[in-house]
Every structure is written in structure tokens, then in C-alpha cells.
Design a protein around this ligand. Structure first.
Ligand code: ADP
Ligand code: ADP
Ligand code: MG
Length: 659
């Protein structure tokens, strides 16, 4: 077995691979970027190599940098995880040339399956059922339109090089074909640098059922049964389960056999997944499934297979890559119970699943019987815009589907997550829907339910009334000895007075309102705003997070004094733009600086960055020393405007608050 393993990936999958490699006695080597400083994956490895600032093209997708890291650390093998370079045949070859074992299939098998159209032709020849359609070389719009007509509408246009649902268009009527073709080609060109498409019949009531396969270097090929991944948004999987609801022994055997045939046809080795589309109309049938594509890597949803077989798929991958035979024969592979996985993404389902970024304030997943959490993040982790927005996976298993479902629902309901918006409430809504609960939904399920799954309740009234209550509670009781209390006639501002405190709810300007009466503030009733069942409050240094049913509202108080100073002085706090070391401080406290003058230099990624004064001013405070390692965003220099007294009006700013 290998003595050391470099994991060419990040986040939850890097951590998951490290776990198994370490158990098998390997030295683990992780990669990271400056944008991943706050991520746990690289700290858990025995060693970590920083390979870039942030953008994937210059880090996790850079074959050159990864090979250099492997050389520097003396790695013997490379595990690519999924995404990034995992299905890149060049990378597999480059690893071999560098004397490294690539934990994955041979480059030739990756190439054969890399093009959806070539893969389909190969599968047809091998006797594996494929969706009826055209997957040849010709690409003229007139020809493809004629093919679509022959296949019969609805049809699906797919990018030959596709992945992640991109470059895919469903067309229901002939008159829409040309426009759909154009836009599919554009998207395919943009995403994969290859505009070629294929046309196939759109399977109605389609269910995505895939088979996990494994092959070794000695000609053994087995399958580890199926996973149902039909709950998708925009052709991206959201929930996955094993076994597939409604699966018969007969169909399982037929699909397993077809998948093994597919793997054999391309000389496969290692872990792979053969994806099929099954016609779910009127229930699954042994002759109603078609090959879609083969993913030549470990899959995001592999934990559900691990749960129902009791096997460790990463261990199997490493054993196969090291030349060992498959640990079990087909008959010896167990299948028991049921497992469901939910993918937690930093995204906003209520605005088209737009990905979110920012610092995670809380990430507490419950431990429960039958619950596994593969998380890439902790409290304090910063989600950057550079990579896939998946944060964690929660996998629940049980004796049967009902038990797995109940456990998953309970685990997600008890998850406390604050920070960037997530799809947590969306996941809960799916699990609680009667359709998912009944089992066997098709891939149209999420779209068909629409807003029922994605709507976001307005938590702002609740947040505002809770804060008002809190202010009222903390207000000092009237002092009976004071001539000012009890004598309402003397109260400043009259008998009754409204107090409005400006605040931000989810970044929008709002006001906390209180009524001042009898010398005490009175707050509106919380219960009137919204039921507080299951409400959790999490506070960070600058905001309050209200969590309920997977939804979140963020309440913050702008600092009007700080802001008015900043506005007058320009940016008065100069921060480190990235993690690094302060190599030189160019100023001392009390110095006057002009705009553009050097404040300090920062060494990051072997480069020196000069940080200049954004505006003229005086150095009010130096918050770092030369040689110090600083975090991204750390305050280094505080400037104050030179003609401070003349320019700022703190009294007025304060006045603004109380008005
Ligand atoms: P699976 O069937 O395993 O879910 P996906 O198509 O969802 O396959 O992709 C696997 C994972 O890799 C997903 O998290 C996806 O977002 C991520 N991914 C896909 N393409 C890339 C890429 N080019 N770079 C980084 N991650 C990617
Ligand atoms: P990708 O490479 O993006 O994963 P796939 O070919 O695996 O592309 O298809 C992704 C999803 O698109 C499937 O899981 C399924 O929901 C849908 N899909 C693909 N082919 C068909 C089809 N012929 N009919 C209906 N839905 C399909
Ligand atoms: Mg696919």
C-alpha cells in the first residue's frame, strides 16, 4: 500500500479521503489556497501545500502546481476526489509520467466515457440500452431539427462534453428547436469549449437511477447496487438514496449487469458510476432504463452506498490503485437497510439558487443514531466565490426508508447553521412533502412543486419585535427617588414618544420601534409577529442570527458614528487584503501621510504587496508589528482625518439615532 497520498481537492471530500487514508496508515498531503485559509481540510492533513490565491484555474485545476506539490512532499499517489481534475485524462497521464499513482481509471477509459456521444455509440455496440436519439458527428441545425422530428418531441439537446446539467435544453415543440439549439451550443462552448450537441428523446417521468461499479486491474468487475438521484434542481442532484424506491430484484439485476457490461467495454478500473435514466411512468420496468453517461470517478453521493453495503469506497479505490484484487465478489456484497443523503449548499433557493458567500458563524450538525455528517466547514470558515458551493452532506440510514427519512429530517431540523444563506429549509421542505415521503418521485418533482419548496418567509417582523422586547427588558427601571420618574409631565419629549432605532435585516434598512410611555419603553408583542417555535438565536460580534426551520434572518446595527467618520475620511481603517506576513511598516503612530503613501508591505504567496494610504490623514494607531502573520481582513493601520474637528459631526450623527 502507498506510504503517502496527496489529495488534489478541497472541502468535505478532501477530509473524507484523509480519514480513510490515515486509517490505512498513509501520510496525507492536502492542498489549499489563500481563499481556503479558514477551511479545515488542509489543517487535518499531515502536510499542506498552498498552491494559489483563489481562482480554481490557477490552483485546484493547475496540473503543474499539483505535480510540483506532489514532488515537493514526496507523495506516492494522488486522489483527485470529484469535480476539478477528477475526470481529466491529461492529469491522469501527467501523474503517471511523474511516477505517481493516479487513484482512478486509466486515461483511455476516461476518454472513452468523456464524450457523451462516443460513450453512447460504444454502449450501443456493447449491448447496453441507450436513450433513442442522434449522437453522431453532424451538427447542422437543419439536420438536427430533422432528427428531433424523427425522434419525436419532447426531445433533450445535450452538450457532448456536458456535465453538471450545463448545455442541456428540453424542447417540447418543433418551433422552439432552433432557439434552444443555439442557446445550448452557446452554453456548451462557454462551459466546455466544445459546442457539439446530441439529441435524444426526453424520457417522460424520468427517474435518475445510477449503479456504482468497481473494477480491479485483474479483470474483476462488480456493482454495488443502485442509487436513486431523482430529486434534482436544474439537473443537479439534491437528495440521493439507496435502494431506489420501487426497485425490483429483476430490474436491479438487469441494471447491474448492464453497468458491469459498460465498465468492461472501456477497460475500466477503480470506482465508477453508470448513470441511467429510467422511465418511471407506471412504475419501474425491467426494460425501461437507458444508459445516460458514466462518471469515471468517486461520486458525491457515494456515502449512501457505503451505508447500505457497510463498505468504505475510498479504501476500495486505494486498494485497487495499489494493484490489489477487489476485496469482495459480487455475491458477497451486502445490501441492507436504507440510506438518504442531503446536500447542504451555500445558496438561496428563493432567488434561483444563487450561490452565497461569507463567513460561517455557526455550523452545528447533530450526531444521532444512523446519522453521518461529511462536512467541509466549521464555524469561522469563509465561503469564497471561487468553488462549488456545497458545504456538507448529511446522510441518514435506518432499517427501512421510513426510519432513514425520519432520522434525516430530525438531523436537518436540529442543524444550527448561521452565515451565508443555505438550502437547509428547502431540504426540509422536500423531506416533509407527501410526494417524497411516498417515494419514487421523478426528476420533475422540484420544478413541479415550485414555490412550495423554495419560498422564504419574512422573518423581519419577528426579528424587529424580538429586539424591541430585548431593549425594553434592559431599559433601567424608573428610580422612585428621582424627581424625573413617575412624573410623566416632566418627561423629556412629552407623555408618549416613539423611539425608532435604525437597523439592518438581511442587509435592508429597517427600524426597531418602541413606544415610550410612563417612563418605560413598551415593545410590540412578539407572538403577534410570528410563532417562535424552534427559534434559535446565534450572535456574532456584529450581528444577530435568527434561525427557524432552516431559514435565517440576520439583524445588524449600523454604526452611524463609525460610518460618518469613515465617510468623511474615506476608508479610515486599512486592513490586510489577504493572509500573509507584514514585512515592513512604512509609518509610525502620529505620522501624517498623503494619499498613495506606503503604509506597509505584506508578503503573501511569495509575493510582496504594497498597501498604500487610501486618503491623507494621521496614523492614529498601528495594530500590527513587523514580521507578524496576519489574517485576511485584519486591521493594520487606523487613520484619522487631519482636520477632524472641523469635518465630523458626531453629535449630529448621534442625534440621527435617537430621532
Ligand atoms: P455527481 O453526480 O457526483 O453529483 P456532479 O456533476 O454534481 O456529479 O459533480 C460532482 C461535484 O463536483 C459537484 O459538487 C460539482 O458541483 C463539482 N464540480 C463539477 N464540476 C466541477 C469543476 N469543474 N470544478 C470543481 N468542481 C466541480
Ligand atoms: P450531466 O453530465 O450534466 O450529469 P446527464 O446526461 O447525466 O448530464 O443528465 C443529467 C440529468 O438530466 C439527469 O439526471 C436527468 O435528470 C436529466 N436527463 C438526462 N437525459 C434525459 C432524458 N433523455 N430524458 C429526461 N431527462 C434526462
Ligand atoms: Mg450525470
Amino acid at each position: 500500500m502507498f506510504a503517502s497520498l496527496l489529495i488534489a481537492n478541497r472541502g468535505e471530500i478532501a477530509r473524507r479521503i484523509i480519514r480513510t487514508a490515515r486509517r490505512m496508515g498513509m501520510r496525507t498531503i492536502a492542498l489549499a489556497t489563500e481563499a481556503d485559509r479558514s477551511w479545515p481540510h488542509w489543517r487535518e492533513a499531515d502536510e499542506a501545500v498552498f498552491i494559489g490565491e483563489g481562482p480554481a484555474a490557477d490552483s485546484y485545476l493547475s496540473i503543474e502546481k499539483i505535480l510540483r506539490a506532489a514532488e515537493e512532499t514526496g507523495a506516492e499517489a494522488v486522489h483527485p476526489g470529484y469535480g476539478f481534475l477528477s475526470e481529466n485524462a491529461h492529469f491522469a497521464e501527467a501523474c503517471a509520467e511523474a511516477g505517481l499513482t493516479f487513484v482512478g481509471p486509466p486515461a483511455a477509459a476516461m476518454r472513452a466515457m468523456g464524450s457523451k456521444s462516443e460513450a453512447k455509440a460504444l454502449m450501443e455496440a456493447a449491448g447496453v440500452p441507450v436513450v433513442p436519439g442522434y449522437h453522431g458527428e453532424r451538427q447542422e441545425p437543419d439536420f438536427l431539427r430533422r432528427k428531433a422530428y424523427e425522434i419525436g418531441y419532447p426531445v433533450l439537446i445535450k452538450a457532448v462534453a456536458g456535465g453538471g446539467g450545463r448545455g442541456m435544453r428540453r424542447v417540447d415543440k418543433a418551433k422552439d428547436f432552433d432557439a434552444a439549439l443555439q442557446s445550448a451550443r452557446r452554453e456548451a462552448q462557454g462551459a466546455f469549449g466544445d459546442p457539439r450537441v446530441l439529441i435524444e428523446r426526453y424520457v417522460t417521468a424520468p427517474r435518475h437511477i445510477e449503479i456504482q461499479v468497481f473494477a480491479d486491474q485483474h479483470g474483476h468487475v462488480v456493482h454495488l447496487y443502485e442509487r436513486d438521484c431523482s430529486v434534482q434542481r436544474r439537473h443537479q442532484k439534491v437528495l440521493e438514496e439507496a435502494p431506489a424506491p420501487g426497485m425490483s430484484e429483476e430490474l436491479r439485476a438487469a441494471m447491474g449487469e448492464a453497468a458491469v457490461k459498460a465498465a468492461r467495454a472501456v477497460g475500466y478500473e477503480g470506482a465508477g458510476t453508470v448513470e441511467f435514466i429510467a422511465d418511471g411512468a407506471g412504475g419501474l420496468k425491467a426494460d425501461g432504463f437507458f444508459f445516460m453517461e458514466m462518471n469515471t470517478r468517486l461520486q458525491v453521493e457515494h456515502p449512501v452506498t457505503e451505508a447500505v453495503t457497510g463498505l468504505d469506497l475510498v479504501e476500495w479505490q486505494l486498494r485497487v490503485a495499489a494493484g490489489e484484487s477487489l476485496p469482495l465478489t459480487q455475491e458477497a456484497i451486502p445490501l441492507r437497510g436504507h440510506a438518504i443523503e442531503a446536500r447542504l449548499y451555500a445558496e438561496d433557493p428563493s432567488s434561483g439558487f444563487a450561490p452565497g458567500t461569507g463567513r460561517i458563524v455557526a455550523a452545528d450538525f447533530p450526531a444521532g443514531e444512523g446519522v453521518r455528517v461529511d462536512s467541509g466547514v466549521d464555524a469561522g470558515t469563509r465561503v469564497s466565490p471561487f468553488y462549488d458551493s456545497m458545504l456538507a452532506k448529511v446522510i441518514a440510514s435506518g432499517a427501512d426508508r421510513r426510519q432513514a427519512l425520519e432520522r434525516l429530517e430530525a438531523a436537518l431540523a436540529a442543524t444550527r447553521f448561521a452565515g451565508p444563506r443555505t438550502n437547509l429549509a428547502f431540504l426540509l421542505a422536500i423531506l416533509r412533502s407527501p410526494e417524497f415521503s411516498a417515494g419514487g418521485v421523478d426528476t420533475g418533482f422540484v420544478d413541479a412543486k415550485g414555490e412550495a419548496l423554495t419560498a422564504r418567509p419574512d422573518l423581519a417582523p419577528l426579528a424587529l419585535s424580538l429586539v424591541a422586547q430585548e431593549i425594553a427588558r434592559r431599559a433601567p427601571a424608573p428610580d422612585p427617588a428621582s424627581p424625573w420618574s413617575g412624573c410623566e409631565g416632566f418627561e423629556l419629549g412629552g407623555l408618549e414618544r416613539q423611539l425608532a432605532v435604525p437597523c439592518l435585516v438581511d442587509g435592508e434598512a429597517r427600524e426597531v420601534r418602541l413606544l415610550w410611555r410612563g417612563g418605560r419603553p413598551h415593545a410590540p408583542d412578539v407572538a403577534a409577529a410570528r410563532a417562535t417555535d424552534g427559534l434559535v438565536q446565534v450572535s456574532s460580534e456584529d450581528a444577530l442570527y435568527l434561525l427557524q426551520d432552516g431559514h435565517q434572518a440576520v439583524l445588524a446595527f449600523p454604526d452611524p458614528l463609525g460610518r460618518s467618520l469613515a465617510e468623511v475620511a474615506g476608508e479610515n481603517l486599512v486592513r490586510a487584503p489577504m493572509h500573509g506576513r507584514i514585512t515592513r511598516l512604512g509609518v509610525a503612530e502620529g505620522d501624517r501621510v498623503e494619499a498613495g503613501e506606503l503604509l506597509f508591505t505584506l508578503e503573501a504567496m511569495k509575493m510582496e504587496h504594497s498597501i498604500l494610504a487610501p486618503a491623507a490623514g494621521r496614523v492614529a494607531a498601528l495594530l500590527a508589528v513587523e514580521g507578524e502573520q496576519v489574517e485576511e481582513g485584519a486591521e493594520i493601520v487606523r487613520l484619522e482625518p487631519v482636520a477632524q474637528a472641523a469635518q465630523t459631526a458626531p453629535a449630529e450623527a448621534l442625534d440621527e439615532v435617537s430621532r
